[in-house]
Design a protein around this ligand. Structure first.
Ligand SMILES: NC(=O)c1ccc[n+]([C@@H]2O[C@H](COP(=O)([O-])OP(=O)(O)OC[C@H]3O[C@@H](n4cnc5c(N)ncnc54)[C@H](O)[C@@H]3O)[C@@H](O)[C@H]2O)c1
Length: 358
């Protein structure tokens, strides 16, 4: 039985994390007499074709496979899903299953949000990033040539089904990128999460299954709590963007090629911590504990050395900034950060120089 819930009154939903029940049993139980469609991508079909077949057989589900890659997170692919649902005569009682990483989850979620003005859907995340971040919280979207995630909707899933075993096939690079969204919780998820990451970082780097399951459990609970408190990101949900303003500037700097989002988030966390210490937001009593965590932040290889001035300019194009003012999530105490405005240019450029040229 699940013990984690995203509390949203009548839309409250459970997160199954390595519970004993099989996926088809959970679905049949929660959605009796419904028709199902499962969306996945070509890579997952290669890796988990037998399992997908078994689930589709048991649920009599229609299967729709999209090509693998962020470049396919766009309107044509979304339309392809709707075409299949219509051709197979699914109706507004249909339930969509998104089986994959954040790309499949976002696009299938958006198809569910828009098909027949919105149908139920379920997330089965298969990457670390999707397990701890994108599958929970109801943000669905596709990209537009003008930018990422510009077309989308808030549409919460009806349940999230996490099997950590899927991570055994995930490439290292994807794993370490997803780990950024776990590590981030050390700064926003409270003192216990800070201590957990500080202590178990080595095991998480080595993909120790017990440490990993605990990290996912803790991360999902943190995200579930924040989403429950602020579903539409009008307040504290913005804390989840810790390190992300710097990260988006970095991704933008490389035109989204040669760097994964999570890799950029590792660098962004290093910047946020440097800036908070430089701006004296961290009290002297906490500096030592932040030093310990600072030494653990990954510094993934970058396509080329970035220019701090370019990054500073790019930080202003982030869509989460209000009216051109930089809003940064910066740490204050171990496990606690706050949304900060008014940090001056000098401090930010000093941080960028320090982090990227040292
Ligand atoms: N909705 C949200 O709240 C939210 C939050 C963060 C990110 N996102 C979105 O998520 C997307 C990134 O998601 P991602 O990092 O999961 O990338 P992804 O979905 O592209 O997956 C990364 C790669 O791993 C492969 N893969 C997936 N599961 C696998 C497995 N178990 N074994 C082997 N290979 C596997 C995929 O096919 C892909 O090639 C971006 O589009 C981003 O905008 C959304």
């Amino acid at each position: 039985m699940p013990t984690i819930f995203v509390e949203l009154k009548e839309r409250t939903y459970p997160i199954y994390l390595d519970e004993g029940e099989s996926f088809p049993d959970v679905m049949a139980d929660r959605f009796p007499d419904r028709r199902f469609a499962l969306v996945t991508n070509s890579r997952l079909e290669e890796l988990y074709g037998d399992l997908i077949e078994e689930w589709c057989d048991k649920l009599h589900a229609v299967k729709h496979i999209i090509p693998d890659g962020e470049q396919y997170k766009q309107l044509d692919t979304w339309k392809g899903i709707l075409d299949t649902l219509l051709a197979r005569r699914l109706d507004r009682r249909a339930v969509l299953v998104a089986f994959g990483g954040g790309v499949v989850g976002d696009i299938a979620g958006f198809a569910a949000a828009t098909f027949m003005r919105g149908i139920d859907y379920v997330q089965v995340p298969t990457t670390l990033l999707a397990m701890v971040d994108s599958s929970v919280g109801g943000k669905t979207a596709v990209n537009h040539p003008m930018g990422k995630n510009l077309i989308g909707a808030f549409h919460q899933p009806r349940l999230v089904f996490i099997r950590t075993g899927f991570l055994t096939t995930l490439p290292d690079r994807e794993y370490f990128a997803g780990y950024a969204e776990v590590f981030k919780n050390a700064f926003i998820g409270g003192p216990e999460m800070f201590a957990f990451i500080d202590k178990r970082h080595g095991e998480l780097m080595a993909k120790d299954p017990n440490a990993l399951k605990e990290a996912i459990d803790r991360s999902v609970r943190i995200k579930a709590r924040i989403v429950s408190e602020d579903e539409r990101e009008s307040g504290n949900r913005a804390l989840l963007n810790f390190g992300h303003t710097f990260a988006h500037a970095l991704e933008n700097n490389y035109k989204y090629t040669g760097i994964l989002h999570g890799e950029a988030v590792h660098w962004g966390m290093a910047c946020a911590l440097d800036l908070a210490c430089r701006s004296k937001l961290v009290p002297p009593s906490a500096v030592g504990r932040f030093e310990s965590i600072r030494s653990k932040i990954l510094r993934p290889e970058l396509p080329s050395p970035p220019q701090p001035d370019d990054l500073y300019r790019a930080m202003f194009s982030d869509k989460k900034n209000l009216h051109g003012a930089l809003r940064l999530v910066l740490p204050t105490e171990p496990g606690i950060s706050s949304i900060t405005e008014g940090i001056d240019e000098e401090a930010i450029t000093a941080t960028l120089k320090n982090v990227f040229t040292d």
